[in-house]
Design a protein around this ligand. Structure first.
Ligand SMILES: CC(C)(COP(=O)(O)OP(=O)(O)OC[C@H]1O[C@@H](n2cnc3c(N)ncnc32)[C@H](O)[C@@H]1OP(=O)(O)O)[C@@H](O)C(=O)NCCC(=O)NCCS
Length: 178
């Protein structure tokens, strides 16, 4: 990796909300399919992260942050709150890297941290989805996720127009199913 980054589990603070919201607004403005439409209002971005970090405080997810020095440059969430019959599973969501820091291995490092945390919690099956148009399928396939299938016209892109969604899974190594 070109940039040495530190990966931490994020907790709520005004500086973290501000950095997460700025990253989410930038990501959506540049066409990243992360569930929001452009233009994304600051209060909507703040509300999303407030809910997310409250959920993390309850142990329902982990919101990871990648830091270049003191600057937050990437994030991914490991969602743990799943139905009672899926205690072995977790979901990867809201993966994004600041435009200034892309193609330096930051998302890959975030995914590795999420996988380590999943293994520590006995979550040996990971699931995620990504847009067909301008999504991150290359990244996920490179780190060993398998494509299950594609649903066409699943969601709107941030600037309009429908895109399909690709559904992926990964069975983490060294875990023996009970
Ligand atoms: C998808 C996204 C998170 C990737 O972030 P990133 O930090 O640039 O990811 P990485 O650097 O780990 O990998 C990206 C690419 O850079 C390449 N790369 C990694 N390190 C590199 C380096 N040192 N030099 C050159 N290229 C490098 C990787 O091979 C990878 O290529 P691939 O996508 O063709 O497989 C980022 O593009 C983004 O925020 N997109 C918008 C939001 C989005 O679509 N999120 C996914 C939702 S499911």
């Amino acid at each position: 990796m070109d940039t040495p980054v530190r990966i931490d589990a994020l907790t709520a603070s005004p500086a973290i909300y501000a950095a997460l919201s700025e990253m989410l607004i930038e990501t959506v403005a540049h066409g990243g399919s992360v569930s929001f439409m452009h233009p994304l209002a600051l209060e909507d971005a703040d509300a999303f992260w407030r809910d997310s970090l409250a959920s993390a405080e309850r142990g329902e997810r982990i919101v990871f942050g990648a830091f270049d020095g003191e600057t937050l440059v990437g994030t991914v969430s490991l969602v743990l709150s799943l139905p009672p019959n899926q205690p072995h599973r977790a979901e990867i969501a809201k993966m994004m890297t600041r435009l200034s820091h892309r193609h330096r291995g930051i998302a890959t490092a975030l995914l590795q941290a999420a996988e380590r945390a999943a293994i520590e919690r006995g979550r040996w099956l990971l699931v995620l989805d990504t847009a067909t148009d301008e999504g991150a399928s290359g990244l996920y396939e490179r780190v060993g996720f398998t494509l299950s299938g594609i649903i066409p016209d699943y969601a709107y892109k941030p600037h309009g127009g429908l895109t399909g969604t690709m559904f992926y899974w990964k069975r983490l190594q060294n875990i023996v199913p009970a």
